[in-house]
Design a protein around this ligand. Structure first.
Ligand code: GLN
Length: 539
């Protein structure tokens, strides 16, 4: 289906943060995609960092990475998992990036003679970034999610850009969806619409009339509440969409379908509605909700108390679980709490452990203890990025007898830097955007666990790290049984290590979790869950 013009849907949020704009945007996109439309989603973040790459996961959750090496908001992960279409740098724009490009242009003399101002220069840059995806010709519909909450000072230029675009493009080409909260006051036993009325009014003060309200609620919205909302917020009654709490985010597309969100969106955009084809989506849901078995996986990291820090890993488990028709029960274990003394008590009842990515020294000795335990006790092990690096260190210390083996990230002066900085990283001074980022090719050797999982010779996976497996230890490591089974064909860097004598021991330098989607569960996650299931049955 080709459209002559791209249509735009803006999603704003009101009343409260964390209402799940990303999930609503992704669910709507899924419904439109399942009717044959080419859809993409963009996230505009109103903070001044250039990207979330330098943010602590405690601040901002996981940093998601795209094929083109952009360090982005974790909502892009939801977009890819729902749509199975890769995103790129253009899908995530921050205020920092907007200002940086305007200021760069100012220095170049692009605005010579003019005073550079928020309106029109910043708003023009925002409008340009919004239309960039549409002008590629690759999409019929672009959904742009505005981060933050309406009324925030930092959101104002974005709302102004939305106002201008809606005006310029016309009602049938650009619409605004406002996601809001309908709180339930238990003392009064009532759902309350007032915060939403105020939030819609705040949006109107900036000149934007919401076309559709998506109302987050813990209880069903009665007809009278819908009528009231429609009347006071200037929207048609059919445009008051209920978004009730769901047991899984993957239910939301179907819930939005029942509420007719796609119907009112397409009607307003003057686009034809087709019967959505959600067959494979529903097959996934069916499997996800009806597991025939269960495995217990330990997730070892230092941000485990925060769900969002390892978002993509948890979602990849959901996809892999459904593929195997098993429930994956993830037990989070704080790496700082693991010692040689308690490791057996903490890990012995698990069917597999995953050692998470991370930066810095905190918690690494606990990760190494955990890896030593599962390596010796034949428990399936999956190490990602820092998790893979720790597996190499553990093996070098215990099996090669290099007791001071370490990563030069943790100990710059170690005599045995089995994980080390490459020459090209040594000159780098800037912290932002300078790691090995984005998709890199990797050649698999066969036979290997990885080859078995991927069933091909060459793969492409996304990276986000500075330190690398040190090839000067490769010979020793391989002689003692830790084999490099995945190599970057251009640089010779080791991307995968395995121990063939162990039932399932795999460490990967890249982040497979970023590429796992509902339609394409990641092969290594799938194989890891299979191995965990085998481990459980054999015990
Ligand atoms: N800190 C390690 C590095 O920079 C690993 C990074 C990661 O786990 N993403 O190489």
């Amino acid at each position: 289906m080709t459209q002559t013009t791209t249509k735009y849907i803006f999603v704003t949020g009101g009343v409260s943060s964390s209402l799940g704009k990303g999930i609503i945007a992704a669910s709507l996109a899924k419904l439109l995609q399942s009717q044959g439309y080419r859809v993409t989603i963009q996230k505009l973040d109103p903070y001044i960092n250039i990207d979330p790459g330098t943010l602590n996961p405690y601040e901002h959750g996981e940093c998601y990475v795209t094929d083109d090496g952009a360090e982005t908001d974790l909502d892009l992960g939801h977009y890819e998992r729902f749509l199975n279409v890769p995103t790129s740098q253009a899908n995530n724009v921050t205020t920092g990036r907007i200002y940086q490009s305007v200021i760069d242009k100012e220095r170049l003399g692009v605005f010579l003679g003019k005073t550079v101002q928020v309106i029109p220069h910043i708003t023009d840059e925002i409008k340009h970034r919004i239309q960039l995806l549409g002008s590629s010709g690759d999409f019929d519909i672009v959904i742009t999610e505005i981060g933050g909450t309406v009324g925030d000072i930092e959101s104002l230029p974005y709302v102004e850009a939305v106002r201008q675009l809606k005006w310029e493009m016309g009602n049938n080409n650009a619409i605004a969806i406002h996601l809001t909260l309908i709180p339930y006051l238990s003392a009064a036993g009532e759902l309350k619409t007032k915060p939403t009325q105020h939030s819609v009014k705040t949006l109107m003060e900036s000149g934007v009339q919401a076309d559709i309200l998506v109302c987050r609620t813990e209880h069903e919205l009665s007809q009278s509440i819908r009528t009231k909302l429609a009347r006071f917020c200037n929207v048609k009654e059919e445009c008051v969409i209920q978004s009730i709490d769901a047991s899984t985010i993957y239910d939301v597309p179907n819930l939005m379908l029942e509420e007719g969100l796609d119907k009112v969106v397409l009607k307003q955009l003057n686009l034809e509605r087709h019967q959505p084809d959600l067959t494979s989506w529903n097959t996934f849901l069916q499997r996800h909700k009806n597991p025939t078995d269960e495995v217990k996986i330990g997730l070892i990291g230092k941000y485990v108390e925060l769900q969002d820090s390892y978002k993509s890993i948890l979602e990849a488990f959901t996809h892999a679980g459904a593929a195997n028709e098993v429930k994956v029960e993830v037990e989070s274990i704080h790496s700082e709490h693991i010692t040689a003394k308690n490791v057996s008590e903490l890990l012995s009842n698990l069917d597999g452990i995953l050692v998470a990515p991370g930066f810095g020294e905190r918690g690494i000795e606990g990760k190494i203890e955990a890896i030593r335990y599962v390596r010796k006790n034949n428990i399936p092990f999956f190490g990602i990025c820092l998790g893979m690096q720790m597996a190499v260190i553990e093996f070098a210390r215990t099996v090669l007898g290099l007791s001071d083996a370490n990563s030069s990230e943790m100990n710059e002066t170690t005599k045995n830097p089995v994980i080390d900085l490459m020459e090209d990283q040594k000159q780098i001074e800037n912290m932002g955007g300078t790691m090995r980022l984005g998709a890199w090719e990797c050649t698999l050797s066969s036979p290997s666990i990885s080859y078995d999982a991927y069933k091909k010779d060459t793969i492409n996976e996304r990276h986000r790290h500075r330190y690398e497996y040190n090839n000067s230890y490769k010979k020793q490591l391989e002689e003692k049984g830790m084999i490099a089974t995945g190599i970057n064909p251009d640089t010779g860097l080791v991307e995968i290590v395995e121990i063939p004598t162990h039932p399932w021991f795999v460490g990967v330098q890249y982040h497979p979790e970023y590429k796992s989607t509902v339609a394409n569960p990641h092969p290594l996650f799938k194989a890891f869950i299979e191995a965990a299931l085998r481990h459980k049955t054999s015990n």
